[in-house]
Design a binder for this molecule. Structure first.
Ligand code: NAP
Length: 243
């Protein structure tokens, strides 16, 4: 750890080599944070970090496949050794299945989606928790989706995309947010879920009515909450949204 490490703020963004993750890293980097570009592929991760550095940001690639416990543990150990703490964790890495009827979605597909969107979040969060505590006021943002809203799904007359694994994985992610927020309610740590809206990325097959810059804004807002900010909430740009 260097002497500047005490004043620098460190943010880890999972799945930061493209899409919302990369844009979130860019926006946090512009706020002066050192951004750790979590990516499962060395070439893609290095390239994203290099491009952000070329824009004048302090971006560093960190190999991180959220579904591989050994890799997750190694990444947390690297952060501990290099920086000693972590101020912000953005659980952004996510995958989706193709549209299909819920009753046609296989267990294998559901397991694959949950491994990244749910179990990966648990693995990464637990691995870096001591580093978030060491930072004093750690902020965890779980990048969820309005498709995970049970309130929305419960309106059977309203249109809702049929994605059994993805939608239920985001509902589970929201539940994780609440349970961590409860456990750490009496500490400076804050856990929140956000929904970025429909943003054209690879995951959304480039469909969406918002730019990636607009989508990342709510992530950054919850990642940079002041001490009196909320914990255990689900937010979009306009404020709280129904679970
Ligand atoms: P994206 O451009 O496809 O990015 C997804 C990122 O997750 C990629 O960097 C991908 O890495 C990474 N990833 C997938 N599996 C991983 C794993 N096992 N370990 C580490 N990284 C992994 O999609 P996006 O739209 O930006 O999605 C980011 C988050 O936003 C997701 O959680 C998604 O559910 C959420 N979201 C998106 C929208 C939208 O409209 N786009 C709406 C609501 C919520 P590779 O490049 O290696 O595949």
């Amino acid at each position: 750890m260097t002497s500047t490490a005490a004043t620098t703020r460190y943010a880890l963004i999972t799945g930061a080599n493209k899409g919302l993750g990369r844009e979130t890293a860019r926006q946090l980097g512009r706020l002066g944070m050192t951004v750790l570009i979590g990516a499962r592929d060395d070439e893609r991760g290095e390239r994203a970090a290099r491009e952000l550095r070329e824009d004048g940001l302090d971006a560093r690639f960190l190999r991180l496949d959220v579904t591989d416990q050994a890799v997750v543990d190694r990444a947390a150990a690297d952060i501990r050794r290099e920086y000693g703490r972590l101020d912000v964790l953005i659980n952004n890495a996510g995958v989706v299945e193709a549209d299909q009827n819920p009753s046609e979605t296989t267990v294998e597909t559901t397991e694959r989606i949950y491994r990244t969107n749910v179990f990966g979040v648990i693995a990464v969060t637990h691995a870096v928790l001591p580093l978030l505590r060491a930072a004093g006021a750690g902020r965890v943002v779980n990048v969820s989706s309005r498709l995970g809203s049970l309130h929305k799904a419960a309106d059977l007359a309203a249109p809702h995309r049929a994605l059994l694994a993805y939608n239920s994985s985001k509902a589970a992610l929201n539940s994780l947010t609440l349970h961590y927020a409860r456990e750490f309610a009496d500490t400076p740590l804050k856990f929140n879920s956000v929904t970025p809206g429909a943003v054209p990325t690879d995951l959304s097959c480039h469909q969406g009515n918002r730019t990636v810059e607009e989508g990342a804004r709510v992530v950054v807002r919850l990642a940079t909450l002041a001490a009196d900010g909320p914990t255990g909430g689900f937010f979009d740009d306009h404020g709280p949204v129904a679970w």
